[in-house]
Design a protein around this ligand. Sequence first.
Ligand SMILES: Cc1cc2nc3c(=O)[nH]c(=O)nc-3n(C[C@H](O)[C@H](O)[C@H](O)COP(=O)(O)O)c2cc1C
Length: 184
Amino acid sequence: MSEWFETLNGLHDRMWQRLSRGVADHKSPSRQPTLATVRDGWPEARTIVLRAADRDTATLEVYTDLQSDKIASLRDAPRGALHVWEDKKRLQIRLQCAVTILTSDTVRDRWDRMPDTGRLSYGVTPQPGAPLTDALAYDKAPDFERFAVLRCAIQTIDLVHLGDDHRRAAFTRADGWQGQWLSP
Ligand SMILES: Cc1cc2nc3c(=O)[nH]c(=O)nc-3n(C[C@H](O)[C@H](O)[C@H](O)COP(=O)(O)O)c2cc1C
């Protein structure tokens, strides 16, 4: 019996297992990936919460405020990269995604499922990134019109496993995720 990290399928399976765990488990490293976007040629990286992971469509979901700066970046360049380091599994996950911004009726079901405390993250005044005269000179009030779901359709996957040996594999949507070993 081979270990999960010794086969392309094993690595790919484990990645989806970890991402699904991230959605369900607040303590999982995959719960809080880093999402990078590009603005005027500059990379921008920030922590986000992973809200959904669907292996069948190879898509992930992230929630955000429609007035946050990342939205302007994504409208300009609808691409993002997600990064996770699963320490205990010794697995680095890097994903490149085509990002669609969903709002309004298409995201009503997610909003309805969210507790009131969660909704407070969507609707701060003044808008995220605005200068303040005092650190706490802002108000939070839930605003459905400000709630956006970033639908991230994975295009490429790059996995690195750091065991006694180092293994690296790439998977692409274009080739049906069959996978290819790479030199680490
Ligand atoms: C642990 C943690 C989780 C976060 N989760 C989210 C999130 O799910 N969505 C989001 O828009 N921002 C989230 N943030 C805030 C972002 O990291 C970032 O500060 C904010 O979205 C503004 O980013 P922007 O100016 O690049 O749009 C989180 C921050 C931390 C520290």
